[in-house]
Design a protein around this ligand. Structure first.
Ligand code: F6R
Length: 626
């Protein structure tokens, strides 16, 4: 997984490529590089580590040109060194390739190319692509009047030999002002300007220059010149692309005065949830509507069970979805890790609705799970934040999250939006299946609309959380406990602390502690217990009492407890070392309020420890490898 960018046009190219890479750095930040052509000479600059190292290199060794490509890398084949950084060149040093994805048969191809006399500098699969295209370039054919056709032909011939998933951008010093872009899996978006064209892995890289774009489909090639863009399939048949206008404002990809994107995105949550609710509930507040779901209503009524597939934090939202859908729609529901789902021969049929949750819509395991579900005849819905993402193309319908671009690697606003989206899906299925009368539906939708304002009140406790975070900075590990709907939030709280602050953390069902983990409890291990209470829910009341007993057990063993509780709580206050109050909400929606303090806690611990909050080590935002 990586980010690619390319530009051909009249403007100064290096700032455009670097700015694009900055917007794509969320996709990988192990190394970065550029290749541009200046007066027939291919110039390459590459650096290991974050983009600023490449910027520094370019400051010392400037370059310029009229067309070029760039890359930010998340290492798959080969260590994150300068040598392995993209762009990679052929033997002549006149052709450069940037690549996102994996060429599965690269070793076989490399063996053949070595035998043909190609000399390789790296262990990467990408370098093999450069040499393979070079091997197919040959002499221009009489029919190839413009030089772009020759490069396009060589790329097409190379593609016929390659297996795997990849997005590519290719330039050659011998083919002036031309970029060839390819999509076979990972996303490729083409930006259309006046006398200028762009290629990128994500529209975020283009917002400052153009919002007129189209997405390549799998199996398509685009040839970009200053005069226009030609799209064809791998066999060479011309294709007419569908131009779209992106509504996102460039300001959305700025930090807007916050020190980190993550903090900005945490604070955007009330707005994001309001946008989601406005998009997916009717103006009279009585019904849920999903306009982009193409599945006929009677089909939805025939659903007999659901599988929710997702990875990482999105899987925690799916786990909560299991509770919500089973309770509200009375449909058997199971949350599954996408990475496990397809390897265990799942039993699926037309009566099983598979719902894939993914912020990016590009997570390789989730896409693979969706393809497997469709192969077995199950209808597939997506819950996704990114328009045009691969997932939204493969699913029969999509519930969009309306959270706006999420750039911090740890998911925050998209996570709470996913939780709200599964809540609405539960209501939707319940309504369509006659499980919910209008008055109750109206009440449940009203409760959802009350959440953004309550969330603003949680955000107002940020200073308290900062102070609490200080106490956690030296903790060697942490435990997060919860029961019922708070259990998935305990998992999410632990994941955030791990990924952001590099603290070993575990989320656990509070009732399971006595079956082993209690042995770990001592005065050095902080235990964060989510124990909220909805006075109108007998279930919530029961779980509160049970979790309280578990907190007492932790205290009896010398543990330190921070309780996340509902305003006005008395009992947890009496036993816990610290408490943090959140507003009262319905049992089914309270997790959205409970997770926000844990987001802020993980954020502040990470900042105190000097961690790179927006780009934690070894991670990337969208994981396009399985
Ligand atoms: C956690 C996090 C990741 C993602 C996971 C799935 O904070 O961000 O665990 O949730 O990589 O990504 P998407 O939702 O894009 O499929």
């Amino acid at each position: 997984m990586s980010g690619i960018i390319g530009y051909v046009g009249p403007r100064q190219i290096v700032p455009i490529l670097l700015n694009g890479l900055r917007r794509l750095e969320y996709r990988g930040y192990d190394s970065a590089g550029l290749a541009v052509v200046d007066e027939g000479r291919l110039e390459v600059r590459r650096a290991a580590g974050k983009l600023r190292h490449l910027e520094e290199l370019i400051r010392l060794h400037p370059l310029d040109g009229t067309y070029g490509i760039g890359h930010t890398r998340w290492a798959t084949h080969g260590r994150p060194t300068v040598e392995n950084a993209h762009p990679h060149c052929d033997c002549s040093g006149r052709l450069a390739v940037v690549h996102n994805g994996i060429v599965e048969n690269y070793l076989t191809l490399k063996g053949r190319l070595l035998a043909e006399g190609h000399a390789f500098r790296t262990e990467t699969d990408t370098e093999v692509i450069a040499h393979l295209i070079e091997a197919h370039l040959g002499q221009p054919l009489a029919s190839e009047v413009d030089p772009g056709s020759r490069l396009e032909r060589a790329v097409r011939a190379a593609l016929r030999e390659m297996t795997g998933v990849f997005a590519l951008a290719i330039i050659s010093a011998d083919v002036p002002e031309t970029i060839v872009a390819v999509r076979q899996g990972p996303p490729v978006v083409i930006g259309v300007g006046r006398d200028e064209y762009f290629v990128a892995s994500d529209v975020l890289a283009l917002l400052y220059y153009t919002r007129d774009v189209f997405f390549l489909e799998d199996g398509q090639i685009a040839t970009l010149t200053r005069q226009g863009v030609r799209v064809s399939d791998f066999e060479g048949n011309a294709v007419t692309p569908r131009l779209e206008r992106i509504e996102w404002e460039p300001i959305l990809v700025e930090k807007g005065g916050f020190p980190h994107f993550m903090l900005k995105e945490i604070y955007e949550q009330p707005r994001a949830l309001r946008d989601l609710l406005a998009a997916h509930t009717t103006s009279d507040g009585r019904r849920v509507r999903f306009e982009e779901i193409e599945m006929p209503e009677d089909h939805l009524r025939e659903v007999r069970h659901l599988r929710l597939v997702a990875c990482g934090g999105s899987w925690h939202a799916a786990l909560l979805g299991e509770f919500l859908i089973e309770h509200l729609a009375r449909l058997p529901t199971k949350a599954e890790y996408s990475s496990e789902f397809r390897y265990r021969d799942p039993i699926l049929d037309a009566g099983t609705l598979v719902v894939a949750l993914s912020q990016s819509g590009e997570t390789a395991d989730t896409l693979a799970a969706v393809r497997e579900a469709r192969r077995r005849g199950a209808p597939v819905l997506a819950i996704c934040n990114v328009r045009g993402a691969t997932l939204t193309r493969e699913a029969q319908g999509t519930i969009f999250l309306h959270a706006g671009p999420e750039i911090g690697v740890a998911s925050t606003k998209a996570f709470t939006a996913e939780v709200m989206a599964v809540y609405l899906l539960a209501l939707y299925l319940a309504q369509r299946r006659g499980r919910l009368d209008d008055a109750r539906a109206e009440q449940l939708i009203r409760e959802a609309w009350a959440i953004p304002e309550k969330l603003e009140r949680v955000l107002a406790t940020d200073d308290d959380l900062r102070a609490l975070a200080r106490e956690l900075v030296r903790a060697p590990a942490a435990f997060f406990l919860g029961r019922g709907v708070n259990y998935p939030m305990a998992l999410e709280g632990a994941l955030l602390l791990k990924e952001l602050a590099y603290v070993y953390a575990e989320g656990y069902p509070a009732g399971e502690m006595k079956h082993g983990p209690n042995a770990l409890i001592d005065e050095h291990l902080p235990v964060i217990a989510i124990n909220t209470r909805d006075p109108d829910s007998p279930l919530s009341h029961l779980l509160y009492e049970k979790t309280l007993a578990n907190i007492v057990e932790v205290k009896a063993r010398g543990g330190r407890v921070l309780g996340i509780v509902t305003e006005g709580d008395v009992e947890v206050r009496q036993v816990a070392d610290r408490i943090l109050e959140i507003p009262s909400a319905s049992y089914w929606l309270s997790p959205i309020l409970a997770i926000v303090p844990l987001q802020l806690l993980a954020y502040h611990v990470a900042v105190f420890k000097g961690c790179d909050v927006d780009q934690p080590r070894h991670l990337a935002k969208s994981v396009t490898v399985e």
